[in-house]
Design a protein around this ligand. Structure first.
Ligand code: FMN
Length: 259
């Protein structure tokens, strides 16, 4: 073989060896870091659940604060808690994709663009020292302009007064739809009401709520310059608080049929 040919062979051997070593390092790191990533994700969810309910104290550990939260699985159609299944083993996002654990939503009922709705969902309960329900935190999701927004809505024990709302995952534009994360906008939600009689009346407006108007209790200002994200939030909130979402459970809680 010529000197040039030998040189090329060595370069290729070194390059291939380097590729092999790098791929082993990267895949080993990915495998070793997976449990830590999963733990961080779970911790972040817990932080967001506490935050939505207005219970997060940044000076204390999230794990310690989350001990006051009871995680339950609910059958959405029946509005009843499911017994005998460990909530830690239930993956709601997977359930929503699985035809055996979800159903397709007809197009004309799918304003939140969910495509499928899971049969069972997680809910989080916070109780008073006496064991009475204090807050219920509901997972919500739906499409904005660019992405599915995932978040939580917390309600007071009446199942009607909003305690807070927050999104922990979305791909809306920072400064526009991304303003769903703005603490000032999120602070508008607590105290607003969901139901007027038996109807879901909460709405996110395009524009601002008229101060003192009769409907103001059920209305939230939209995000300026982000009409489509605003509409997405309006749609998803209405869906998850409606008959197809958590309304059967909230009705049962109000009537004392589940506790
Ligand atoms: C780069 C870019 C990013 C945008 N991101 C968002 C967004 O995240 N959410 C949103 O509702 N609108 C976003 N918009 C604006 C929408 O395209 C659209 O103009 C607006 O939501 C409609 O509001 P209007 O009915 O008040 O005109 C974005 C526009 C541009 C050019």
């Amino acid at each position: 073989m010529s000197a040039n040919g030998e040189g090329l062979g060595r370069v290729l051997t070194v390059a291939l060896g380097l590729c092999l070593v790098c791929s082993i390092v990267v895949s080993t790191a990915a495998v070793l870091l997976k449990p830590a990533q999963q733990a961080n994700k779970t911790l972040d969810l817990k932080r967001n659940i506490l935050m939505a309910a207005g219970l997060l104290d940044p000076s204390r550990s999230v794990e310690e604060q989350f001990e006051q939260v009871e995680t339950r699985i609910v059958n959405l159609d029946a509005g009843q808690f499911v017994e005998g299944v460990d909530p830690a083993s239930f993956d709601q996002r997977e359930a929503a994709k699985d035809p055996a654990q979800s159903r397709a939503i007809p197009n004309d009922e799918d304003a939140a663009k969910l495509v499928r709705r899971e049969d069972q969902a997680l809910v989080y309960l916070v109780r008073t020292n006496g064991g009475e329900l204090d807050k219920i935190i509901l997972p919500i999701r739906g499409y904005g302009l660019w992405s599915t927004l995932y978040g939580f809505m917390a309600l007071e024990s009446d199942g009607n007064t909003i305690a807070g709302l927050g999104f922990y995952e979305h791909g809306e534009t920072p400064g526009l739809g991304g303003e769903v994360d703005n603490p000032r906008w999120k602070s508008i939600w607590p105290g607003k009401l969901v139901y007027q009689g038996n109807e879901v009346a909460i709405e996110v407006l395009k524009g601002s709520v008229r101060a003192g108007s009769a409907q103001a209790q059920w209305q939230v200002d939209g995000l300026s310059g982000a009409t489509l994200t605003t509409k997405g939030v309006d749609n998803l909130v209405k869906y998850w608080l409606g008959e197809e979402g958590f309304k059967p459970l909230l009705d049962n809680l109000r009537q004392g049929e589940v506790s």
